[in-house]
Design a protein around this ligand. Structure first.
Ligand code: SF4
Length: 492
């Protein structure tokens, strides 16, 4: 009878047999193939490469021991011996990297994968932890530990020269929540009084002060995941969703910042937070921000003007023009502002005088006479208001006009085109790691998922781009440490 695949792998990678029954394998030569995969050893060696990427390099590039320091104060001194935090972090990375369906499945697969065993620092006899260690670790460590991990990886990308930092591309994408539409209740309907789940939810929300619900749709709430929001995407059905807001640097497409919100949160509201976290994570000030028209709001233009950031964001008002109540109506650009008289002149040569001020929205209203407009032949194309056409002028209109002109420049159009491909590519890569569907429930768990996916994506870039340089150095350091440990110069 011929050898099994497992026996062939053992034979090919046997390094030492110190005593009968004990085999020492050099597992770093076995790259990403399951023992059970019916692939001949020759083929395995010929490939010599991982399908996704080579874990020898992950191990060399990433310092997993940092997590000891990050979470040490969250562990007690008594009780059962815990699974070491670096092992837990590595398991969570495997979960995301291979988009394994469940944590139970991950634990069942670990003993079948030599490369996973090696990556985790296990041997063939190691006891595989119960899958519950992963959920317990998430609760114990909290979002901060995973945020810290993501930021460390961004820091390594910056140190390796993979981030320029001055031009930031921003975009968002919806994530399907791990909750069914059947769990949604109308908080204004009678149904809520009949549903036990809703009453329990209401009680829980009161206990946490209602804060955790964030910006989620106020009226329709899911009883199983109240942090998710009922959100419609395009022409599709409304579903419970989260939204990830992402900043990508152009140089090597490193994700420099990522934030999850309920699906209903408007993209435009997130610009400030995305730019500021990018700057914190990279240590670089943004000079140009590029996004789609959802970010091109008045507030964002003015914020960018204050920060001296060039906003390559298409004007939201312009994209909405010609639709709804604005359809067929002369745009405001058809009216000329005369600064010396502080009034507007309409296409019919009439004057629109300054009439009122809206303190909350900070604009002046300029109006033509209702009588004049009623007798004007342009009236049907100019306004539907009975008392004549009006124009709003923001107190910082000059700055707004300047920013809008920049957003219409050739350079902006080029960047906006680049953004489309760059963002699509970045999110398409995340699809491989299952970003489109929530693994867990609750905003904080979604943030953990998001940080892990973004970190895995960045690690891939880090490995691909710094391949020989860093791997060579890190391997040399790792081998040096190993030799010192063997010689008893340093202790475990
Ligand atoms: S409707 Fe009034 S504001 Fe519009 S073009 Fe005629 S006169 Fe001017």
């Amino acid at each position: 009878m011929g050898k099994t695949i497992a026996e062939k792998i053992f034979a090919a990678h046997l390094r030492d047999e110190p005593f009968p029954g004990a085999k020492v394998l050099s597992l770093d030569r076995v790259l990403c193939h399951e023992i059970t995969t019916p692939v001949a050893i020759a083929d395995l060696e010929a490939r010599g490469k991982d399908r996704v990427f080579d874990r020898t390099k992950i191990k060399a590039v990433i310092d997993f021991d940092f997590i000891y320091r990050e979470v040490q104060d969250r562990y007690g001194y008594n009780g059962n011996v815990s699974v070491p935090p670096p092992e837990i972090l590595k398991m969570l990375l495997l979960l995301v990297l291979y988009n394994v369906r469940s944590e139970r499945e991950l634990m069942e697969t670990i003993p079948l994968r030599l490369d996973w065993l090696w990556f985790l620092g296990f041997d063939l006899e190691s006891e595989i932890p119960n899958h519950s260690v992963l959920s317990k670790a998430r609760v114990r460590w909290g979002v901060e530990a995973f945020k810290g991990f993501f930021e460390r990886i961004v820091g390594q990308c910056v140190a390796a020269g993979l981030v320029d930092g001055r031009k930031l591309f921003i975009d968002s994408s919806l994530i399907e929540a791990n909750a069914s539409n059947n769990s949604v209740v109308d908080t204004q309907g009678l149904e809520k009084y009949l549903q036990r789940g809703y009453r329990e939810l209401e009680q829980r929300l009161e206990e946490v002060g209602g804060e955790k619900n964030g910006a989620a749709n106020k009226r329709f709430i899911s009883t199983t995941d109240p942090d998710a929001a009922v959100t419609r995407h395009g022409e599709g059905k409304s579903k419970l969703r989260y939204k990830t807001h992402r900043g990508v640097d152009k140089k090597e497409e490193v994700i420099t910042t990522t934030q999850v919100t309920a699906g209903s949160v408007d993209d435009g509201e997130m610009l400030e937070a995305v730019v500021e976290t990018h700057e914190r994570n990279t240590g670089e000030e943004v000079a140009v921000v590029v996004g789609d028209s959802k970010y091109g709001t008045k507030e964002n233009y003015l914020w960018c003007a204050e920060r001296e950031i060039t906003a390559h964001l298409p004007n939201l008002e312009e994209t909405q023009r010609g639709s709804g109540r604005q359809e067929g109506i002369l745009p405001r650009e058809a009216f000329v502002y005369a600064p010396e008289h502080d009034h507007y002149i309409c296409p019919a040569g009439q004057i629109l005088k300054k009439r009122s001020y809206n303190n909350e929205r900070q604009y002046y209203e300029y109006k033509a006479s209702g009588k004049v407009c009623a007798g004007c032949e342009l009236h049907p194309r100019c306004t539907r208001a009975k008392d004549g056409r009006s124009i709003k002028r923001h107190v910082r209109q000059d700055e707004l006009d300047r920013m809008r002109a920049i957003a219409n420049s050739v350079a902006a159009k080029r960047d906006i085109k680049t953004r489309q491909h760059l963002s699509e590519r970045s999110f398409a890569r995340s699809t491989r790691y299952g970003y489109k569907r929530a693994r867990w429930r609750g905003l904080w768990r979604m943030q953990i998922q998001d940080f892990l996916i973004a970190a895995v994506q960045n690690i891939q870039i880090l490995i691909q781009k710094t391949d020989r340089r860093i791997t060579g150095m890190a391997k040399a350091v790792a081998e040096g440490i190993k030799a010192m440990r063997t010689a008893g110069i340093i202790l475990e």
